[in-house]
Design a protein around this ligand. Structure first.
Ligand code: IPE
Ligand code: IPE
Ligand code: MG
Length: 242
């Protein structure tokens, strides 16, 4: 398959991916789960590459959930190291391709070294605008909404916001994703049919695409298939067809 089957006028602006299936992939080779996480990095690079080629402007990747803190310490530590080293290695590539890195999630829970490396990547790429690459790390949609509610309540108490003025825009402005559009296309690999606490507010009108491929096996063809699938959908937003 090539890009010819893709309609360049119907490219989703914001694609979000739940990158799932690394552990199962490793098990197939009788290896430790970390082997799967490490191999998943190639699929991340490939997804960034295709996003650039297709002209997708925002790519949000679920790398580590709020609930993933409940995994064994060894796996959590290895993931935290992998995130730090991968971002560090990718900075030249991000700069070359004018990619702006953002981190969404509760970064206060991250080990110091990981935090430093991630935010180095964020500050070194802050002037870029070809693609916004958001990594959701220590992210949970419910926690994001609790945080927004607290921030808005505080502003109401201080008379900065009036209750009557609370609307979708105000909520959006208090989310980690305040600089992003609503998600157009959500892809989940690994075969599970659930959202696992990812972007609940932002995906309210996203098209959903669940794929059976395990994340380390996710290639260009899978991404293109998801886009083709997306382009065939009829997005009505509650209205009726003309
Ligand atoms: C996704 O793969 C990566 C993270 C959640 C960090 P998993 O580690 O969940 O792999 P499976 O779902 O157990 O195969
Ligand atoms: C979701 O995958 C989180 C990420 C991909 C980072 P999980 O593997 O943690 O989700 P559940 O536990 O199967 O719902
Ligand atoms: Mg999983």
């Amino acid at each position: 398959m090539d890009n010819d089957t893709i309609n360049p006028l119907l490219i989703p602006k914001h694609v979000a991916i739940i990158m799932d299936g690394n552990g199962r992939w490793a098990r197939k080779f009788n290896k430790e789960r970390f082997f799967g996480h490490n191999s998943g990095i190639n699929a991340v690079k490939e997804s960034i590459d295709i996003s650039l080629k297709l002209g997708i402007k925002q790519l949000t990747l679920y790398a580590f959930s709020n609930e993933n803190w409940n995994r064994p310490k060894k796996e959590v530590n290895s993931l935290m190291n992998l995130l730090a080293t991968s971002v560090e290695k990718e900075i030249p590539n991000l700069k070359k391709n004018k990619i702006k890195l953002e981190i969404i999630g509760d970064t206060s829970k991250l080990p110091e070294k990981t935090k430093v490396k991630l935010f180095e990547g964020v500050s070194e790429t802050s002037g870029n605008n070809k693609l916004i690459l958001s990594l959701a790390i220590s992210y949970g949609a419910r926690q994001e909404l609790i945080r927004a509610t607290k921030q808005i309540s505080t502003k109401v108490k201080k008379n900065i916001i009036s209750v009557e003025n609370i609307d979708e825009n105000i909520i959006n402005e208090h989310l980690y994703t305040r600089n992003l559009k609503n998600v157009d296309l959500l892809i989940r690999t690994g075969g599970e049919l659930r959202l696992s606490n990812f972007l609940l507010w932002q995906i309210s009108y996203a098209e959903l695409c669940f794929q059976n491929v395990l994340w380390p096996d996710f290639k260009k063809e899978h991404f293109l298939n998801a886009i083709i699938d997306y382009q065939a959908r009829n997005r009505r937003f509650g209205k009726i067809n003309k």
